[in-house]
Design a protein around this ligand. Structure first.
Ligand code: NAI
Ligand code: UGA
Length: 438
């Protein structure tokens, strides 16, 4: 089976590589010539565990290729996936310009039946727009080439992308013809050994499923953050509450971790986009509006805790150590990360920021330059610091040598935004320790 994947970002590159690993011939396409050049030279443009080896293996086997020219491969493929970005527009709605650009290119060059599958996260009604854009371009050429559109939203998580793609809980596919269903059934058949289900449905339901899933997960997080903030005020411990409610199989244990807010390229944007879709349809998503407000507040909660710990004393001139910059561990992605909000607040308050992240420092520097110091390791970051703030729960932060840190810091204050440290151990080592929801 020959496939083109347009958009070679997190989703496109991971999907393309995983499909190639099942034996399909995959061409990944991107308009970013630099990215394609790097990939052709064996350089992986993103940090994603396991991806490097899998790309190399499939390139070596001749099943995975990279190009900037979709038109050159269109005649040879049965399926075209669109996995381009759908960033938020100024008003919060999903910007479909890249998705529709791809559709137009397909319409301008299509000569035989293909299934055009949207993998990007797009609002309900987008498949209809994709169909229309392709039809308009075919009409301009005066040709009538049959094609199908389909929706196949992606549920992988960054940092665990290969595993999520190879062994998904489910694959959701929206189709409007038996032929498209047949093609996509064949494509996903190799994954059936992993015992998961392909759930076929109509296209609008598939498009909506993606937003509903991300919004539900974001809701769980904001709900737990709200509960955590209340726990602090009434003398309860959110970790105990999480264990207590997560044991109910109707609730489940996953995605109940309170912290300093959710970030990333998807939850914030998708929650906003669904609110916008509802507004455009004369409906107000009250729950999701609250989910967003709680998350915005949560991203600055460590700053509030820091101010309280200094008890009215000005933060000006203080040195603050930050551990973790990416929006979550195992990625260098900093989109909507709590670190960006915290750095803004700390610099505005006149603090000096010393940061360390195992992989996201180059990305941080690209975004904010040298307004903060980038440190060699986690111990370097705490030198002469008046407080240490943990923002991302990278594994290497879990068991630090507290004695060394205690000696290096000017003031032994630790504020843990992801609840990974043991309060007793910290207190035994002479630290003042604050976390979330306790
Ligand atoms: N990042 C993630 O973990 C997940 C993302 N998604 C969704 O998947 C979509 C893609 O997300 P990412 O992979 O994170 O984006 P990304 O920004 O990493 O990659 C998008 C790629 O598309 C390319 N592109 C833009 N216009 C193009 C065109 N006309 N032709 C060819 N390439 C073009 C860009 O150069 C870029 O390399 C979004 O809708 C996102 O919401 C869904 C599930 C997970
Ligand atoms: O649409 C997408 O792009 C993806 O969005 C999320 O994946 P991702 O953003 O990569 O990362 P998550 O692991 O979901 O974490 C998102 C944010 O929530 C936070 N989080 C997560 C879980 C939790 O219990 N508590 C919590 O605060 C994380 O720290 C992080 O900032 C979803 O989990 C994926 O299923 C989806 O495909």
């Amino acid at each position: 089976m020959n496939i083109a994947i347009v958009g070679t970002g997190y989703v496109g590159l991971v999907s393309g590589t995983c499909f190639a690993d099942t034996g399909a011939n995959v061409t990944c396409v991107d308009v970013d010539a630099g990215k394609i050049e790097r990939l052709k030279n064996g350089e992986i443009p993103i940090y994603e565990p396991g991806l490097d080896e899998l790309v190399k293996k499939n390139v070596a086997a001749g099943r995975l290729k990279f190009t900037t020219d979709l038109t050159a491969v269109l005649d040879d493929v049965q399926i075209v996936f669109s996995a381009v970005g759908t960033p938020p527009d100024e008003d919060g709605s999903a910007d479909l310009k890249y998705v529709l650009q791809v559709a137009r290119t397909i319409g301008q060059n299509l000569n035989h039946y293909v299934v055009v599958v949207t993998k990007s996260t797009v609002p309900v009604g987008t498949a209809r727009k994709v169909r229309k854009a392709i039809e308009e371009e075919l009409a301009k050429r005066g040709v009538d080439v049959p094609f199908d559109v389909a929706s196949n939203p992606e549920f992988l998580k960054e940092g665990n992308a290969i595993k999520d793609f190879m062994s998904p809980d489910r694959v959701v596919v929206g189709v409007e013809s038996e032929q498209a269903k047949k093609v996509l059934t064949k494509l996903y058949k190799p994954f059936l050994i992993n015992n998961f289900r392909v759930i076929f449905m109509d296209i609008p339901s598939a498009e909506m499923t993606k937003y509903a899933a991300n919004s539900m997960l974001a809701t769980r997080i904001s709900f737990m953050n709200d509960i955590a903030n209340l726990c602090e005020r009434v003398g309860a411990d959110v970790n105990m509450v999480r264990a207590g409610i997560g044991a109910d199989t109707r609730i489940g244990r996953k995605f109940l971790y309170a912290g300093c807010g959710y970030g990333g390229s998807c939850f914030p944007k998708d929650v906003k986009a669904l609110i916008k879709t509802a507004d455009q349809n004369g409906y107000s998503m009250e729950v999701l509006k609250a989910v967003e407000r709680v998350n915005e507040r949560q991203k600055s909660i460590l700053f509030d805790k820091l101010k309280r710990a200094f008890d009215g004393e000005s933060l000006e001139g203080k040195t603050i150590a930050l551990w973790g910059l990416s929006f979550k561990p195992e990625t260098d992605d900093m989109r909507e990360s709590t670190a960006l909000v915290m750095i803004g607040l700390l610099l505005e308050a006149g603090c000096t920021v010393r940061a360390y992240d195992p992989v996201a420092m180059a990305e941080c520097k690209r975004r904010i330059g040298d307004s903060i110091s980038y440190c060699r390791d986690m111990y370097d970051a705490v030198l002469e610091a008046d407080a240490l703030l943990l923002l991302t729960e990278w594994k290497e932060f879990r068991l630090p040598t507290w004695g060394v840190i205690r000696k290096a810091m000017r003031r032994p204050l630790v504020i843990d935004g992801r609840n990974i440290f043991d309060s007793e151990e910290l207190e035994e080592n002479g630290f003042e320790y604050h976390c979330i929801g306790k």
